[in-house]
Design a protein around this ligand. Structure first.
Ligand SMILES: Cc1cc2nc3c(=O)[nH]c(=O)nc-3n(C[C@H](O)[C@H](O)[C@H](O)COP(=O)(O)OP(=O)(O)OC[C@H]3O[C@@H](n4cnc5c(N)ncnc54)[C@H](O)[C@@H]3O)c2cc1C
Length: 382
């Protein structure tokens, strides 16, 4: 039997986050988009509400929420502001590798502090020379006594300028390809870590994005998460688990674009009638609604498989959810701007921001092309 009904707790969670987004995020979304300042106060409020780091299991003092719960949270944050949603949810991306590959002692040591204070963490996989082909990364982790010495650069790292902890993927020997990749928990205050400039982005301007350079950074061997050679698998498993939530953020942003469009179409009159009376506008709204429903269902399906521990199905379903929701949100936001006409092209209305924000979902955490590569691999069994 398949159920499409959220549990009472999930309905309450959705309601709580929706109210939070309406009260704390939407009213300031335009301001942070304009200034590209980091919304630290909003993030602190999200932490106080308990919607950050929620994958940390209860045995370590966390909430141990499911991927499905995270999907619910992210749709509502995305409806408020996708950039702030990214800033809030990236801790999960950074802490999952420790939850998946770490020992109990490492989870206590590295994830525990995030439950006590509104700290931030960054997931450091991408490099200037390796993006989609993440397995070809070059950051070197050389074993020296009881340390790894890190040298190399990471690129496009979310929240890097404000993080207390970096989850860094590096290689002990590039010749070993993905089998040489390790995962390290790297405190951000270690000597030799240099942050790049805050990137001046097209959208999601409330999220902090920068490069990081590691210059002979001595990382204790006890910070190795998993074994040597397990880093790449840990990174991929992490991305499978966060893609449904990232996709749900796009669903939320698309939903917001549709809601703004419905309101505007009823108010705006041309030819002596609301533009909502024109079938061309009605069909755009109808297509938006169908696409949003479809995107949400794909997110729920991916979350369901992952929560059941069905990783193979979860990998396939996450790629479907990410590919469809990202491209769908871009289409919906573009059509929302169309419904607003000239006004939609200005910062007077919120739809142009949504259009700029959702573009990033087609790029980060695996581009729409890479999701198609994953889907095709499953189809062709390669
Ligand atoms: C704002 C922002 C925040 C980010 N945050 C993080 C973060 O916190 N941590 C992190 O590690 N990374 C992060 N990233 C990096 C992001 O995941 C990469 O940008 C993404 O994986 C693409 O890599 P690339 O930019 O190097 O593009 P490339 O890999 O160079 O791709 C360029 C183009 O080629 C296409 N392409 C590449 N390979 C193939 C293929 N095999 N088949 C078909 N098409 C292909 C791509 O789809 C794309 O259209 C972030 C990026 C941005 C822009």
């Amino acid at each position: 039997m398949i159920s499409f009904q959220l549990s009472e707790e999930q309905i309450a969670l959705k309601d709580m986050v929706r109210k939070f987004a309406e009260k704390e995020i939407s009213p300031v979304a335009g301001k942070f988009d304009e200034s590209s300042e980091f919304p630290r106060e909003v993030i602190t409020k999200a932490w106080e509400l308990g919607i950050m780091n929620c994958a940390i299991p209860s045995k370590f003092g966390g909430l141990g929420l499911s991927v499905m719960d995270d999907v619910i949270i992210n749709e509502e944050l995305g409806a408020g502001c996708l950039g702030m949603g990214t800033s809030i949810c990236v801790n999960n991306l950074a802490l999952y590798p420790i939850l998946f590959g770490g020992t109990d002692a490492q989870i206590e040591e590295f994830c525990g502090p995030f439950l006590k204070e509104p700290k931030l963490a960054s997931f450091c996989l991408t490099e200037p020379g390796s993006g989609s082909d993440a397995g070809s990364l070059s950051t070197l982790a050389k074993e020296e006594g009881d340390h790894f010495v890190l040298n190399g650069s990471k690129m496009w790292i979310t929240n890097a300028g404000h993080a207390d902890l970096f989850t860094v993927f590096a290689t002990v020997d590039k010749g070993l390809k993905t089998k040489g990749i390790i995962c390290l928990a790297v405190p951000a205050n270690l000597p030799g870590i240099h942050l790049g400039k805050h990137e001046n982005k097209l959208g999601q301007r409330a999220s902090d994005t920068r490069g990081i350079t590691f210059e002979s950074v001595k990382v204790p061997k006890k910070n190795l998460i998993g074994k040597i050679g397990e880093g790449f698998k840990i990174a991929l498993k992490t991305l499978d688990h966060t893609r449904p939530s990232i996709s749900a953020g796009a669903v939320g942003a698309a939903r917001a674009a549709m809601e703004h469009s419905i309101k505007y179409a009823k108010e705006r009159k041309q030819f002596n009638q609301p533009i909502a009376s024109f079938q061309a506008i009605q069909f755009m709204l109808a297509d938006m609604a169908t696409s949003i429903e479809a995107g949400r269902l794909l997110c729920y399906q991916a979350a369901y498989h992952l929560d059941q521990g069905q990783y193979e199905k979860g990998n396939f379903a996450s790629a479907h959810a990410k590919r469809f929701s990202a491209d769908m949100a871009m289409d919906v936001a573009t059509n929302a701007v169309q419904i607003f006409g000239g006004y939609g092209y200005t910062k007077e209305y919120p739809v142009e921001k949504i259009m700029r924000d959702v573009k990033l979902v087609q790029i980060y955490e695996g581009t729409s092309q890479i999701q198609r590569v994953v889907i095709a691999r499953h189809l062709l069994n390669t």
